[in-house]
Every structure is written in structure tokens, then in C-alpha cells.
Design a protein around this ligand. Structure first.
Ligand code: NAD
Ligand code: HSE
Ligand code: NA
Length: 438
């Protein structure tokens, strides 16, 4: 059979990796896919650089629309990124009857519903394994491997840049800006690195996973998003003393009790002895709790040229195998058949159930602790542990660290307001969420 013909839109980090891996492993890939997979056309604004990567192996153009318009191209791979031009190009490729592969989580988390609906209408596939946790086959696992299960929650380290920053800061004592530059140099960071450090990229990925896990539409605008820029070294140190590590987690959790779904990204204390707490550097890991299988953990490289290319090419092979299948017999984009999707709401943060780590800078005098514990008790928040740093000779203030049991976030917000108003609380209280992940 003839090779399937692929057009790349954008040949930067991921596009370059895809070209190299496809060429290097072409015989094995042909053996698995049943026919060859060949990149025959590439569009990139930087034509010279694109040509230096692909040589004479394929046609290079600057206008992506020339690839979409080419009747010989079967699959369009969008590796440009962003919500803007990428959205138009993907929709145009679908309208032209092309299958699409994309690594663009931003695009799918925001415009996924529109894109998947257009693809269904046209009977084409939109594949996106590279969009979540890069090379880890988590989309495949959630959508196919775990298909028997009712998924209860997902908690993942799904941004390599921030995990790299947290690891290097904790392990080597390096400062934030230096480590971020290194992550950019290694090709982990997004074009706009604020997406990484402010938690937006992780929220894009958590949003996509929540849709697949729970059969709800992709709703990035309902996700709670917090990054690592406000995190202080003192809290990383105190967490460690208490047996915890701080990780930026993306969490999607089904809440049977209130009929909703938690969707949130924030720095989180997790017990240091959990496998996921020991995922370091740019590595990603996703922990999934499901009713039949129990807990499963997926670990690997979530960013970088070849790990991400691995996922892009897996999608190309899937499409190659299924291109001639009846569209109704393919795996649905979001795991559930469109008519089986539901509208379970994403909960506001004040209904989220979680434990807390609190750090209060307090006056070192009698009665302070009891006033604070009284406020927590009044809001029905129970305390798990207290750590009071010994104040040095002559010091008039000290740090008080409190770990709580699970509570409703709304209660904690109200308790924090009251504690902050105490005269003996001398600085803004640090409140971080804590998850046992068991
Ligand atoms: N880098 C990673 O590790 C990684 C991992 C997973 C997913 N992703 C996603 O993959 C996509 C690509 O990321 P990247 O790191 O390869 O980005 P990149 O910036 O390295 O590459 C993008 C390429 O697209 C080209 N381009 C920009 N606008 C264009 C246009 N209008 N027409 C044609 N070409 C255009 C640029 O010249 C560049 O070569 C993004 O959606 C990103 O979020 C990246
Ligand atoms: N910027 C992303 C790339 C992979 O999606 C990260 O650091 O994980
Ligand atoms: Na993946």
C-alpha cells in the first residue's frame, strides 16, 4: 500500500523531533502501521531553518494553508501552538477532510468542543496524545486502557518546566530565574513561559483529562489555576521537616457527595514517601484512582523534542490504522460517545474538599496558639499537627505551622480572614493545600 502522506505545520522543537524519529525508526513504524508514514510537506515561517532540518526530503513552504490545500496530504500535524492561528488552521484542515494530529493543549482545552464537533461532522480524527504529559501515553490509558472503570480522581505532575524548577530549587538551592532559563534552553518551556510558571499549561492538560475521565465537555474557563511564582523557600523547607514535598499538581476529582467535579491546579503538599513525590526534574507523572483497577501511575518524559515526538507519531500510527474504518467504530475523541457525555458541573473552589498547611508569622507570646485553634474549631476545621519553630534568644516573633485534616475550602477562607485580623498575626498567612493521594 502507498505511504500515508503527512504535512507538518511548524517545525520547531516538537516538529524537528517528529521528523527525526520518524526517519530513524521508519521501518519499525511501517511494520506496525501496515504502511509507511511519510512527511512530504512542511510549513514554517522560518523556511531556511525548516529546510536545514528536512534537507531535500520534502517540500518546504512558509504558508501553512498550502499544506492544507494539497490534495495529496492525508494527515495535517499542527505543531505551531497557541489559540490563534492554530485554531483556524486546524478547523480548515478538518473542513478540507484531513485527519489532524496536534500537541496543542492550549487549543484543545479552550476550543476542544468546537474542534471535536467539526471533526465528527466531517468524519475525521483529531488525535492529541502529545498534548497531555508529552511522551507518556496517558490519553491512550485513560481513553482505552481504563475504559472499564469509573474514574474517581486524577492527580498529576503535568508540567515539566515547573517540576524542573521546584526540583532544582529544592535540591541545588538554585534561584527561580536561573532554573527557568535552563528549562527554556532545554526546550521544555512554552513559547510564553508564564503559561508554565502560572499553572496555565498544567490547567490546560488537567482540563483535557477531566473531559476524558468524566465525560464532560472541555471547560478550561472553569479550572482553578495557581502557579509556583508565590511559593516561598521557607515553605518548601517546613514541608520537608513535616514529611511532605511540594509539587504543582493538576487535580480532577469526581465528588459524588455534591454532584460535581473539582478541577484545580496549585502547589500541593504530598507525603514525601509517595512515588509521585519523588518525580524530579522535567519528568511527569499521573496518578489515576479508578474503581476496578485501583491506583495506577504513569511516569515519563512530559516535554522535549523526541519524547513529545513519540506521542505525535503514535497518533500518526493510530490514524494510519484506522483511516479506512467506519468513523462510528473509532475511539471517541473524549472517550465517551457524544450522546453519552454529561454536564456534571465543575465545582467552585469554596466547595473543594482538601487539607491545608498554614504558616503564620506570630508574636511569640502566651495565648496566641489557643486563639488560632479556637478560630479553626469554630469553623469545624480539625488540626492534624502543629509545629512551632523555637524562637532564637531575644526574638519577639516566630513561625507557627499547622496541618489540618480535610475541610471545605470555603470554611478555611473564612477562618483565614479571622486569623489574619488578629493583632498577634504579623504577616500574610501562607495557606497551601495538602493531599494524601491515597
Ligand atoms: N516543547 C515541548 O516539549 C512540547 C511538549 C508537548 C507539547 N508541546 C506543544 O507543541 C506545540 C509546538 O511546540 P514547540 O515547543 O515545538 O514550539 P516551537 O516554538 O519550538 O515551534 C513552533 C514552530 O512553529 C513555527 N510557526 C509559528 N507560527 C507559524 C505559522 N503561522 N505558520 C507556520 N509555522 C509557524 C515557528 O517558526 C516554529 O518553528 C505547542 O502547542 C506546544 O504547546 C510542546
Ligand atoms: N511547557 C510544557 C511542555 C510540555 O507540554 C512543560 O513544561 O511541561
Ligand atoms: Na501523552
Amino acid at each position: 500500500m502507498n505511504s500515508i502522506k503527512v504535512g507538518l505545520l511548524g517545525i520547531g522543537t516538537v516538529g524537528g523531533g517528529t521528523f527525526q524519529v520518524l526517519r530513524r525508526n521508519q521501518e519499525d513504524i511501517r511494520g506496525r502501521a501496515g504502511r509507511g508514514i511519510e512527511i512530504t510537506m512542511v510549513a514554517d515561517l522560518d523556511v531556511e531553518r525548516a529546510r536545514s532540518i528536512v534537507g531535500d526530503a520534502c517540500t518546504v513552504v512558509s504558508d501553512a494553508r498550502q499544506v492544507i490545500a494539497n490534495p495529496d496530504i492525508d494527515i495535517v500535524v499542527e505543531l505551531i501552538g497557541g489559540y490563534g492561528v492554530a485554531r483556524s488552521l486546524v478547523l480548515e484542515a478538518i473542513a478540507a477532510g484531513k485527519h489532524v494530529v496536534t500537541a496543542n493543549k492550549a487549543l484543545l482545552a479552550v476550543h476542544g468542543s468546537e474542534i471535536f464537533a467539526a471533526a465528527r461532522e466531517k468524519g475525521v480524527m483529531v488525535a492529541f496524545e502529545a498534548a497531555v504529559a508529552g511522551g507518556i501515553p496517558i490519553i491512550k490509558a485513560l481513553r482505552e486502557g481504563l475504559t472499564a472503570n469509573r474514574i474517581e480522581w486524577i492527580a498529576g505532575i503535568i508540567n515539566g518546566t515547573t517540576n524542573f524548577i521546584l526540583s532544582e530549587m529544592r535540591g541545588k538551592g538554585l534561584d527561580f530565574a536561573t532554573v527557568l532559563k535552563e528549562a527554556q534552553r532545554l526546550g521544555y518551556a512554552e513559547a510564553d513561559p508564564t503559561f508554565d510558571i502560572e499553572g496555565v499549561d498544567a490547567a490546560h492538560k488537567a482540563t483535557i483529562m477531566s473531559a476524558i475521565a468524566f465525560g464532560i465537555p472541555v471547560q478550561f474557563d472553569r479550572a482553578h489555576v495557581e502557579g509556583i511564582t508565590q511559593l516561598q523557600a521557607a515553605d518548601i523547607k517546613y514541608a520537608e521537616q513535616l514529611g511532605y514535598r511540594i509539587k504543582l499538581l493538576g487535580i480532577a476529582r469526581r465528588r459524588q457527595d455534591v454532584g460535581g467535579i473539582e478541577l484545580r491546579v496549585h502547589p500541593t503538599l504530598i507525603p514525601a514517601n509517595r512515588l509521585i513525590a519523588n518525580v524530579e526534574g522535567a519528568m511527569n507523572a499521573v496518578l489515576v484512582q479508578a474503581d476496578a483497577v485501583g491506583t495506577t501511575l504513569y511516569y515519563g518524559k512530559g516535554a522535549g523534542a523526541e519524547p513529545t515526538a513519540s506521542a505525535v507519531i503514535a497518533d500518526l500510527v493510530d490514524i494510519t490504522r484506522l483511516a479506512t474504518a467506519d468513523p462510528d467504530h473509532r475511539v471517541p475523541h473524549l472517550a465517551f460517545q457524544p450522546e453519552a457525555m454529561n454536564n456534571t458541573p465543575i465545582l467552585p473552589m469554596d466547595q473543594v474538599q482538601t487539607a491545608f498547611y498554614l504558616r503564620l508569622r506570630v508574636a511569640d507570646q502566651a495565648g496566641v496558639l489557643s486563639r488560632i485553634t479556637t478560630i479553626l474549631a469554630e469553623h469545624q476545621i480539625s488540626i492534624d499537627a502543629v509545629l512551632q519553630r523555637e524562637s532564637a534568644e531575644g526574638e519577639s516573633q516566630t513561625d507557627l505551622i499547622i496541618l489540618t485534616h480535610d475541610t471545605q475550602e470555603g470554611r478555611m477562607t473564612r477562618a483565614l480572614q479571622q486569623m489574619q485580623a488578629l493583632e498577634t498575626v504579623l504577616a500574610p498567612i501562607v495557606a497551601l493545600r495538602k493531599e494524601e493521594l491515597a
